[in-house]
Ligand binder design. Structure first.
Ligand code: SAH
Ligand code: SF4
Ligand code: F3S
Length: 451
């Protein structure tokens, strides 16, 4: 008699927020894979739904409650068919509003903060055994990385690797120090081992991640005396055979030291791209934001990086309408953008976050004023982005081909400057770095042909 195989359980993971959440979701997928789960395409066919959430702006957080409303219906419908569904809320909303989620949405079985994702199997088991909601929101980052599976399933030639978590800077607008906890750096040996295993599984580009990635600091490897900073780590990782491209994000201007700046000019595998958020061009606002740098010191860093690596693509983040922002302060932000000339940048209306110092400030700016300023800022950024992309036309760039493109016969990849590139190429070139002649450019991407 043949033994009937029980069908594998299925899980769906939905991810919001930054790359660090993307990394955590990939790691939860590794954990669930080890538990025998297969990945589901939709909630209707999922025995477990994991929502990995972001708390950075009000809109991001509110999305979760509407998502939970829909999931309640799915869970009920599946129950009528005799199927159980477990729902987990993970990440920064879980950390910030865990208890509230449990009482506001009883449909939720598990709540896990971003530093507790490794507890998913245990908490799932407890929820199944007790039928009661489970909550874990400790800040034990060392345990998180020690307990995550050593082996990673990768899906392409480019991978994220979290090296640093948390933030001690407490910008007045920002929830991250509360949702991710204090700054923590993973050890050099742990990072090196993870990078090596990624390369062994076919990865060629690694993006090192941290909320303050350039604040990374740890002992030198294998018992060598001394403390290392990010520049040392980049030099070390660049020696791994097969690791062709290194990137890192997100950096804080204050931690952009001379050695790190020099590495951009010295190491060919460190890609010519730097995400260095400034948030505002006005010193008055930077001070109110508690950014711990001035606009002059930011420009100094940008100038030094351009001397080190003249073709570098600079990217940034901006917040418009922080409390007290005058038209002149906003004009200073526009002037900053004109001076730096960004290859790309993200910009947001200021969103009041409960529990942050910014929430208590007087002179909150009306939404209408914020939106009108954001419109002007984004128009300028788009103009610069198009200009930067168009400047590549006629050049031949090494493009890491990552995936199939939208059209048949087309692949999608990335230039050294992180621009998306569409190119007609056979599928077996996925994973290769190909020389591509750039033919056309739009605000968001380049197109080219193989040379
Ligand atoms: N650690 C990074 C960024 C973390 S959050 C840094 O220091 O730059 C990513 C971006 O979200 C920030 O750079 C900021 O531009 C934006 N952001 C953070 N809090 C915000 C808020 N309350 N309202 C609007 N945008 C915000
Ligand atoms: Fe948030 Fe500021 Fe920390 Fe960045 S440096 S994570 S913006 S508090
Ligand atoms: Fe959002 Fe948390 Fe990242 S709040 S931006 S997911 S650190």
């Amino acid at each position: 008699m043949t033994k009937q195989k029980t069908p594998a359980k299925r899980a769906l993971i939905k991810t919001w927020g930054c790359q660090m959440n993307v990394y955590d979701s990939e790691r939860m997928s590794d954990i669930l894979g080890n538990m025998g789960y297969e990945m589901a395409d939709d909630a209707e066919t999922a025995d477990l739904v994991v929502l990995n959430t972001c708390h950075i702006r009000e809109k991001a957080a509110e999305k979760i409650y509407s998502e939970l409303g829909r999931l309640r219906q799915t869970k009920e419908a599946r129950k009528l068919g005799g199927l159980d569904t477990k729902i987990a809320v993970v990440g920064c909303v879980a950390q910030a509003e865990g208890a509230e989620i449990m009482s506001r949405a009883p449909v939720v079985d598990l709540v896990l903060g971003p530093q507790s994702v490794q507890q998913l199997p245990d908490m799932l088991k407890k929820a199944e055994q007790t039928g009661k909601g489970q909550l874990a929101a400790e800040f034990d980052v060392a345990a998180k990385f020690a307990e995550l599976p050593k082996q990673r399933k990768t899906t392409g030639p480019s991978a994220f690797l979290t090296i640093q978590e948390g933030c001690d800077k407490f910008c007045a607008f920002c929830v991250v120090p509360y949702t991710r906890g204090a700054e923590y750096s993973r050890t050099t040996d742990e990072i090196t081992a993870e990078a090596r295993s990624l390369i062994a599984s076919g990865v060629r580009e690694v993006t090192l991640l941290g909320q303050n990635v350039n604040a990374w600091q740890a002992d030198a490897p294998f018992g060598t005396p001394g403390q290392w900073r990010l520049a040392d780590l980049l030099r070390h990782l660049s020696m791994i055979e097969g690791l062709d491209r290194l990137r890192y994000t997100t950096s804080h201007p204050r931690d952009m030291d001379d050695d790190l700046i020099a590495v951009h000019g010295a190491l060919p595998s460190v890609m010519p791209y730097l995400h260095l958020p400034v948030q505002s061009g006005s010193n008055r606002i930077l001070k109110a934001m508690n950014r711990q740098h001035t606009i002059e010191s930011y420009f100094e860093k940008i100038d030094a990086i351009r001397i080190s690596r003249p073709d570098i693509a600079i990217s940034g983040d901006f917040i418009v309408g922080f409390p007290g922002e005058t038209e002149q302060d906003f004009e200073d932000t526009m002037a900053c953008v004109r001076r730096v000339k960004y290859a790309s940048a993200y910009s947001f209306n200021y969103s009041t976050r409960p529990g942050t110092p910014g929430a208590n400030l007087k002179q909150q700016i009306p939404e209408k004023v914020k939106s009108e300023r954001l419109y002007r800022l984004q128009a300028l950024i788009r103009e610069q982005q198009l200009e930067f992309n168009q400047a590549q036309i006629g050049k031949t760039l090494p493009v890491l081909l990552e995936r199939k493109g939208k059209h048949v016969g087309q692949l999608g990849g990335r230039s050294p400057y992180l621009q998306g590139v569409h190119v007609e190429a056979p599928e077996d070139l996925i994973g290769q770095i190909a020389e591509v002649k750039i033919i056309s450019a739009s605000t968001n991407a380049l197109s080219g042909c193989l040379v």
